[in-house]
Ligand binder design. Structure first.
Ligand code: ZN
Length: 530
């Protein structure tokens, strides 16, 4: 269906086509590429986006004269035939040469058509890749910065990564999340493999929905089925609960796990005492059953092995023991699930957007075992809430031998807010006030130990001092967890996005620097990834 054009971009489109015709682009012998590389035209588009196929040429056009500078981009196509793209009315026409010219919006329909026309703009499973990095983009505008960060590194990005909680808090859909990544990949001309993660999905319906839309990875969250009360129970009580499990199940796991001794390549071994087995089975049996339901829903939708399946047991209070890890791994294998990564709950605290809290030595010694277990069972260990965990990054890179998955998300929002603090202090002050007003509500969704008393009152700060707030862990968490509340205010949301678009290149540079520091400390080296 044609979309009505608006004045803000029609002038751009007019200039683009006028130049195209002047340069005899549309006559036989005229080279589209030569035309697109001329300085006048290049300034109207992202030159990295220009892609030629045997029968079409695609480019992402910039609408520079919009009221919001650097705002919306447009899709421009010259093609020999229709390819199912949607154009603005009046901007889908046949030129004298017989070529079709189309200028259209970055709509969902066009994103779908783009994924068909240029397959590198579609995500794919990344199971065989040693290092994969989740780069969640809650705002839908960080993608280009993420691609510039990871391009030319020995790692593969999961550019679309969002949980249902984040969808609800940002009012976005999985279609929008995936499309934003497709357009970022197109803009940057990144032709390497990339993934899309339906993060922390708890129901079969969400697994089916995410895969149907085109996501290539499912992170199955079974935390609601972990019966953690058994972890601390006295042994005598444990035995009573255990005997209530069905006998055939008990017989099977006792026969399998009591004689088992898993020799790890670190020299350690994992074995089960009867007590450990009882405790582990009581705690995780239902979670494993639920993982199977989620896995089967995915396999029925997409086909066995056609998607990455991460099992997450991280959102629970008690660290995952080696026995629990081994039991979960053994059972999922037995049940036929192809697990590509597993996210244990590690020792210490992985709170959002700040460094690791806890004893780094204790983290290292237990992480070493989890990493070795993951190697033993043939999947990657996955580190969630990986934003800003600078203290433990070197250990993650080293102890996994450079084979891991790590997820980041919230730090990208913090970088955006930092850009606002630097460039539009007045707006930042209002956003900050909104964060303070909604902090209590936001703690319903996120576990943090923030002390608001450590956040300086903004009234006492000069504008130039605002960016330094982002070096304060309590201020970081305040701003981090309130993103949903801030963006739920339509006026603030519009001002926030307009301000960010005005400084979008600065934002992408900030991401390159900040996420780049993550990758450096994780030991992710330069190398070809496309
Ligand atoms: Zn998680």
């Amino acid at each position: 269906m044609p979309v009505k054009e608006t004045n803000s971009f029609s002038a751009q489109a007019e200039r683009w086509t006028a130049k195209a015709q002047k340069k005899s682009l549309f006559t036989p012998g005229g080279s589209a590429k030569d035309f697109l590389k001329t300085p006048a035209v290049e300034s109207l588009m992202y030159s990295s986006s220009v892609r030629e196929t045997p029968d079409a040429i695609y480019a992402l056009l910039k609408a520079q004269d919009r009221p919001r500078k650097g705002g919306l981009s447009l899709l421009g196509i010259l093609a020999r035939q229709e390819r199912g793209f949607q154009g603005f009315s009046g901007w889908k026409k046949t030129l004298a040469s017989g070529l079709r010219l189309l200028i259209g919006p970055l709509s969902h329909e066009n994103a779908q058509a783009m994924r068909r026309a240029l397959p590198f703009t579609a995500p794919s499973p990344l199971a065989g890749k040693a290092v994969t990095v989740g780069l969640g983009d809650r705002l839908g505008v960080a993608g280009a910065g993420h691609i510039r960060t990871i391009r030319g590194r020995e790692a593969y990005p999961v550019l679309a990564q969002q949980s249902v909680r984040e969808l609800n808090l940002t009012g976005r859909s999985y279609e929008e999340v995936l499309d934003a990544s497709t357009w970022a990949v197109f803009q940057e001309g990144y032709e390497g493999p990339w993934g899309a993660d339906g993060d922390h999905l708890k129901t079969e319906e969400w697994v089916r929905t995410a895969l149907r839309i085109g996501f290539t990875m499912i992170t199955a969250d079974v935390s609601d089925y972990i019966r953690a009360q058994h972890l601390l129970k006295p042994e005598a009580e444990l035995a009573g609960d255990y005997t209530r499990l069905d006998e055939s199940y008990r017989r099977r796991i006792e026969a399998e796990y009591l004689p088992l001794r898993i020799e790890l390549d670190t020299g350690e071994a994992v074995a089960f005492t009867r007590e450990a087995l009882m405790r582990t089975a009581l705690t995780y049996r239902e979670a494993i059953e639920h993982a199977l339901r989620l896995y089967q829903a995915g396999a029925a939708e997409k086909g066995e092995g056609a998607f990455d399946f991460e099992l997450s047991v991280d959102e629970t209070a008690t660290p995952t023991t080696p026995q629990a890890h081994a039991f979960i791994a053994g059972e999922t294998l037995k049940l036929g699930m192809r697990v590509t990564s597993l996210a244990p709950r590690f020792v210490g605290e992985f709170q959002k957007g700040i460094d690791y809290i806890g004893d780094p030595k204790a983290f290292e010694s237990t992480f070493r075992t989890h990493a070795a277990l993951a190697r033993h069972f043939g999947y990657k260990v996955s580190v969630h809430s990986g934003s800003d965990k600078f203290t433990v990054f070197p250990a993650v890179g080293r102890l996994t031998g450079g084979r891991f998955h790590i997820k980041t998300a919230g730090t990208n929002w913090l970088e955006a807010m930092k850009v606002i603090a630097r460039t539009q202090p007045g707006l930042y002050r209002r956003l900050h006030a909104k964060a303070l007003a909604s902090f209590a509500k936001a703690t319903q969704y996120y576990h943090v130990t923030t002390n608001l008393g450590n956040v300086p009152a903004l009234a006492g700060l000069k504008d130039a001092q605002l960016p330094a707030l982002f070096a304060n862990p309590d201020a970081r968490q305040l701003v981090h967890i309130t993103y949903g509340e801030i963006l739920s205010d339509p006026g603030l949301k519009a001002e926030f996005f307009a301000a960010l678009q005005d400084h979008i290149e600065e934002y992408w540079r900030a991401l390159q620097e900040h996420i780049g520091r993550h990758l450096d400390l994780l030991g992710i080296k330069g190398g070809a990834n496309e």
